[in-house]
Design a protein around this ligand. Structure first.
Ligand SMILES: [Zn+2]
Length: 408
């Protein structure tokens, strides 16, 4: 469901040697880049002071306006000169208008603008999904978190960069699923200097899961009934499996820590054996956003390549960060209470599938717990996906063992 199948048993030659993998050594960039708590505290104090000054300024304008209106009313009663009064009324009106404009700008404008740009990934019912793309600004250019599957999604990322007149300096892939990595190739063609950060989990997947997907893809492509749109999607997926150097990272994330990417300091986390063998998620302490990749998928956890217990552990680690907004791998941004609800639904699902409860009970439990994340159009999709995941993954001990250790 998630990953294009592509195949050619026995003839797959992965050009892994062509890819230069630059492993980040322990203690190189990471801890040295720590911002001191003191400088962060100073920045927070400055922001608070500026907000207080703004509120005082707007409030003061209203107080002056009210006082002036009192004076004008008094002078009307005492028959002061009319032209002078008219000018003062105009002046007071202008002051009030400016105060209202400032307040509108604060409430509806920049002060509440999100500190990231989201290019939502679609989850169509008749084709593979695109993962969400999140773009962050950095001193050296843009950081693109996940690049989608379809060419239209990659085009939207490139169009955004061009509209912003900023180069794409870095890509971070949350995990190797092709709905998050295929667009790496489109971006690399336009920005050959781009640095790609990801775990090395794709190496094992190329020898196992993706190899099998490729075989299945060829079978589907050989069928003349396969519609052209699906054919295009499969060919695009097969092309990157055959040429993994197009999408593989040149900066391998091997552990969690602070890291400077394109000149911007971020907390980069590596969750081992979760949705895949290595999931990368980000916490930005400055803006307090979490970019979760497929560790959070609004509709339903995509468990194709998951180690269910490792995933639960990763959710606990995310919950420990003091974030304000979380952007999932698929679906809309979440507030902390939304994430807590989703995480609870995940843990309940796991508990249910580990009990003797009927599969239908577990599916109904998810539908209820995660109801606010499931739109009407995707209800059947969610139930069918869960039916598959419970049978083929969560209640398949051999599969769980397989995905809770390195793929090989
Ligand atoms: Zn995904």
């Amino acid at each position: 469901m998630l990953i294009d199948s592509t195949s050619h048993p026995g003839t797959v030659k992965f050009k892994l040697n062509a890819v230069s993998l630059q492993t980040l050594k322990a203690g190189s960039d990471w801890d040295e880049e720590l911002e001191s708590g003191r400088s962060r505290a100073v920045l927070q104090n400055v922001a608070t002071f500026r907000a207080a000054l703004l509120i005082w300024g707007v409030g003061r304008t209203f107080v002056v306006a009210i006082r002036r209106s009192e004076e004008i009313r008094f002078r009307c009663v005492t028959n002061a000169r009319k032209p002078q009064l008219r000018a003062e009324v105009w002046l007071m009106g202008a002051r009030l208008a400016i105060a209202l404009l400032v307040m509108t700008a604060c409430v509806g404008g920049k002060a509440v603008a999100e500190p990231y740009h989201l290019i939502p990934g679609a989850v169509p019912l008749d084709a593979g999904p695109d993962g969400n793309t999140i773009v962050l600004d950095a001193p050296d250019g843009l950081i693109v978190f996940d690049t989608g599957r379809h060419p239209e999604h990659a085009r939207a990322i490139l169009d955004y960069a061009k509209a912003r007149r900023r180069p794409i300096a870095a890509i971070v892939n949350s995990h190797w699923h092709l709905d998050h990595t295929t667009g790496n190739w489109d971006i690399r063609r336009d920005y050959p200097q781009v640095k790609v950060y990801a775990s090395n989990a794709m190496q094992g997947a190329l020898k196992t899961y993706l190899k099998q997907s490729r075989a299945e893809t060829d079978a589907v492509l050989a069928d003349p009934r396969t519609p052209p749109a699906e054919r295009d999607q499969l060919l695009r997926g097969r092309a990157v499996i055959d040429h993994p150097e197009r999408i593989l990272p040149d900066h391998v994330v091997t552990r969690s820590g602070r890291m400077r990417i394109a000149g911007r300091l971020l907390e980069v986390h590596l969750a081992k054996f979760a949705a895949t063998e290595g999931d990368v998620w980000i916490y930005d302490p400055r803006t307090r956003i979490v970019i979760a990749g497929d560790l959070v998928v609004a509709l339903v956890p995509f468990l194709d390549t998951a180690c269910a217990q490792g995933w639960a552990k990763a959710l606990t680690e995310i919950a420990a960060r003091p974030f304000r907004t979380l952007i999932p791998g698929h679906g809309q941004s979440m507030r902390p209470e939304d994430f807590r609800q989703w995480s609870k639904a995940y843990h309940n699902l796991l508990g249910c599938t580990q009990s003797d409860a009927d599969e239908k009970v577990c599916i109904a439990g998810w539908d209820k717990d995660a109801a606010k994340f499931i739109d009407d159009a995707h209800k059947t999709y969610v139930d069918q996906a869960l039916d598959y995941y419970i049978k083929k993954r969560l209640r398949a001990p051999e599969e769980q063992k397989r995905y809770c250790k390195p793929l090989a």
